[in-house]
Design a protein around this ligand. Structure first.
Ligand code: SF4
Length: 168
């Protein structure tokens, strides 16, 4: 990930919400198409296990010359890195971490903040990491293993009419 994108990720996920808002307005004013990308696909080590899932070919294929909006709904939710792994039940809302704690409200709050950021930046589509309880677009980790379904952030974006694809 280049320095500019890294700086953008930091601004958007830091504690200074005014700085985040200013960055989102700057992105919206760029005049370019804005594409949301799961931050872990860009090389940010924001996954539950402290690792990334950098996938430059997928980003190049899907986002091309667009302005990139790197977002991690679970960091925005305040879960931290590393964090307990989370599964999403078949109802698409009930989220439980691997300590058995119900984290549904917190997971959804992060998805809601990411959705707000996407709207402020004028994003029109998204490339999100498959299988995540936040970002999955056709499969997610459920309590009994992988299942068909979508994550909380994906569901919110689709409800707004934004197309979401995965890196697969
Ligand atoms: S919540 Fe999304 S962006 Fe964050 S680590 Fe999980 S898949 Fe990546």
């Amino acid at each position: 990930m280049n320095r500019e994108l890294e700086q953008r990720y930091r601004l958007l996920h830091g504690s200074d919400r005014e700085a985040a808002r200013a960055e989102l307005e700057r992105i919206a004013a760029s005049g370019k198409e804005v594409v949301i990308v799961s931050a872990c696909l860009l090389g940010v080590r924001c996954r539950f296990d402290g690792k990334d899932k950098q996938d430059d070919p997928a980003v190049a294929r899907v986002a091309g010359e667009a302005e990139l909006l790197p977002l991690c709904p679970e960091v925005l939710a305040g879960f931290g890195v590393p964090r307990p792994a989370i599964t999403l039940a078949a109802d698409g809302r009930t989220a439980t971490d691997d300590r058995g704690q119900d984290v549904s409200a917190q997971l959804d709050a992060g998805a809601g903040l990411a959705e707000k950021f996407a709207a402020l930046a004028g994003a029109t589509r998204a490339l999100l990491k498959e299988r995540s309880p936040s970002c999955g677009s056709s499969q997610v980790h459920g309590p009994d293993g992988l299942r068909d379904g979508e994550g909380r952030f994906t569901a919110r974006l689709r409800k707004r009419g934004l197309p979401v694809v995965s890196e697969k």
